[in-house]
Write a protein that binds this ligand. Structure first.
Ligand code: CDP
Length: 224
């Protein structure tokens, strides 16, 4: 199977919209591979913070991104031989990721790595530009969103569950800043892809969101 006929489901959306959880569950239900593209930006950010690379040094950051030695094994994410799955979820790392994601050379360095996830029997990819830039031929494109308040509460629960301290007020401010950065950057800004299904999950459970995405995919399969 060549990558061009591998079915891709692209799930994009703003920070803390729950797209990661939904995308992962959809991939499990379909037996597809899963790409958490945000993790690649977070891994680059973590490397930069550890190396003391300035977050405005585009050339050095692009080199770091191009040389990322990472692997995804079930719930673990390895940077070299260290499992950093929890470390990359820290707000400091997320903020740095959001900053370096505005840099064209960094984005460019991560393209090949992302395309490498596209293998049979299929891929569910989550991020900001999966349906617009990385996988424009995705068979299904979903723009998954939720109100800022619902997202701040979800992020709060996620961080507290991982043992990080946080307040909903700070998180709300943080995510509004991140939304603005994602939507206003010149390269690959966050916006629904053409033909994307918009899914507002503010009042939905994860199971309901997963069922909706699977129903859309089943409809597409029936037609093709
Ligand atoms: O968890 P959250 O949704 O905040 O972030 P993430 O999906 O883990 O991604 C971390 C950061 O990388 C985001 O703040 C985005 O700015 C950036 N990103 C991106 O620019 N393009 C992607 N395809 C994925 C993430």
């Amino acid at each position: 199977m060549t990558s061009s006929n591998v079915p891709v489901i692209a799930i994009d959306g703003p920070t803390a919209s729950g797209k990661g959880t939904v995308a992962q569950r959809v991939s499990e239900r379909l037996g597809f591979h899963y790409l958490d593209s945000g993790a690649l930006y977070r891994l680059t950010a973590l490397s930069a913070l550890r190396h003391g690379t300035p977050l405005h040094d585009e050339h050095a950051l692009a080199k770091l991104a191009a040389g990322l030695n990472c692997s995804f094994v079930s719930d673990s994410i390895y940077l070299a031989h260290e499992d950093v799955a929890d470390a990359i979820r820290a707000e400091e790392v997320g903020n740095a990721a959001s900053r370096i994601a505005t840099l064209p050379q960094v984005r460019h360095s991560l393209v090949g790595l992302q395309l490498g996830f596209c293998k049979g029997p299929g891929l569910v990819a989550d991020g900001r530009d999966m349906g617009t830039v990385i996988f424009p031929n995705a068979v299904l494109k979903v723009f998954l969103t939720a109100s800022p308040e619902a997202r701040a509460e979800r992020r709060y629960k996620q961080l507290i569950g991982k043992g990080f301290s946080a307040t909903i007020r700070d998180l709300l401010k943080d995510l509004q800043e991140r939304d603005a950065r994602d939507a206003n950057r010149s390269v690959s800004p966050l916006k629904p892809a053409e033909g994307a299904h918009i899914l507002d999950t503010s009042d939905m459970t994860v199971d309901q969101a997963v069922s909706q995405v699977l129903a859309w995919y089943a409809e597409i399969r029936k037609r093709t």
